[in-house]
Ligand binder design. Structure first.
Ligand SMILES: Nc1nc2c(ncn2[C@@H]2O[C@H](COP(=O)(O)OP(=O)(O)OP(=O)(O)O)[C@@H](O)[C@H]2O)c(=O)[nH]1
Ligand SMILES: [Mg+2]
Length: 364
């Protein structure tokens, strides 16, 4: 399925129906009074977040969305029927911005959440409404109001708890496939993943969390190199980032280079991304046979203050430890939100004090 995460649409609410000018005609009643009914209200255009849609594909080829107009009023005091609302279903996580992309008008983060993009016009009043003591025979009625019209940008920001970042080929898709039911394409060349994938991770008794695998980043991504940073918006809402590093490719003279480069790309995209709590997963440990070297590399990463784990996504080693750390961080973040206590990220450095065996031997 095509993944579309940004579209521009026009929405047009229905016009109100006109009020009616009419007079009662009855046999033997020479002059009946006014009986023109009101026009119906125009339909609204409403956006509704639903959880069974995952892209904005529906809006890719169609840009104008109009709700029905209200019917005109008619004689015998019949009011026009209101125009039906047009309900547009959008994926949960859709952000609505104004036509220049500056102001956020709505952020639909919960299933069922609705937002009126354009309000229908009021129906006009029929002449029956205009009778007064001095005006017995109103020969006029009101026209319906036009419906509101707007142009808006819809942007999808996936709702994930954990975001995987790293160079192409680091093994991000392999990891998400190993810990969730997601089945992204995996291959031995860069830029295999072209669109984000989400996976639901269930670990132990903790509530499941959602992990996002996004296309790999390379140096210069924030200037548009490779696939650029187009997909970084999908990790903006995450609470934790996992830096996935191919440990078999690390250079001992400068082991932190991939981390630094990815951080630079994150910072180039937004000031907030580098502030997120992050964990390092040194992947492809099955390809490193020099245990001491591996330990030195781990030590270098731990020096940065990040919990650092050694894994093999392919051989499925070290994964429970990684998930335990992520669960712990997500859980403590929830508690902090509940208490309004410590700032995010506080107290994380001690998380991985128990030395994870580099060969993952604790893993069943
Ligand atoms: N030996 C070994 N190979 C791995 C491991 N994890 C992933 N790979 C291999 O590395 C290659 C790239 O894996 P992907 O999961 O596609 O990498 P990715 O990070 O999603 O790559 P992009 O989508 O291109 O950004 C594949 O051939 C995987 O089989 C691992 O732990 N050990
Ligand atoms: Mg991939």
């Amino acid at each position: 399925m095509k993944f579309v995460d940004e579209v521009r649409i026009r929405v047009q609410a229905g016009a109100g129906g006109n009020g009616c000018v009419s007079f009662r005609r009855e046999k033997y009643v020479p002059r009946g009074g006014p009986d023109g009914g009101d026009g119906g209200r125009g339909g609204d255009v409403i956006l509704m977040a639903v959880s069974n849609k995952h892209t904005l594909l529906d809006f890719r080829y169609r840009h104008l969305f109009r709700a029905a107009s209200g019917r005109h009023g008619s004689g015998q005091n019949r009011h026009g029927r209101g125009g039906e609302d047009l309900i547009l279903e959008v994926p949960v996580g859709t952000v609505v911005k104004d036509s220049v992309g500056e102001e956020i008008l709505a952020d639909l983060t919960e299933p069922g959440q609705v937002w009126t993009a354009a309000g229908g016009g009021m129906g006009g009043r029929g002449n029956a409404r205009f009778v007064s003591s001095t005006r017995q025979v109103p020969r006029f009625a009101q026209d319906g109001q036009p419906g509101e019209e707007a142009e808006v940008i819809l942007e999808l920001k996936l709702m994930a708890d954990v975001g995987l970042v790293g160079f192409p080929n680091a093994g991000k898709s392999t990891l998400i496939a190993a810990v969730s039911a997601a089945r992204p394409k995996i291959a031995d060349y860069p830029f295999t993943t072209l669109v984000p994938n989400l996976g639901v991770v269930a670990f132990g008794d903790a509530p499941p969390f959602v992990m996002a695998d996004i296309p790999g980043l390379i140096e210069g991504a924030h200037e548009g190199v490779g696939l650029g940073t187009r997909f970084l918006r999908h990790i903006e809402r995450t609470r934790v980032l996992v830096h996935l590093v191919d440990v078999s490719e690390l250079d001992e003279d400068d082991p932190l280079r991939p981390l630094r480069q990815i951080e630079r790309e994150l910072a180039g995209y937004s000031e907030e991304l580098p502030l997120k709590v992050s964990v390092v997963a040194l992947n492809k440990a099955d390809l490193v046979f020099d245990e001491e070297k591996l330990e030195r590399l781990v030590a270098a990463y731990r020096e940065t203050g990040r919990p650092t784990l050694v894994i093999s996504a392919l051989a499925r080693r070290g994964l429970p430890d990684l998930l335990a750390v992520l669960t712990r961080i997500l859980h403590s973040a929830e508690e902090e939100e509940a208490d309004g206590a410590a700032p995010p990220g506080a107290g994380l450095n001690g998380l991985n004090d128990d030395d994870t065996p580099p060969d993952g031997s604790r893993v069943a």
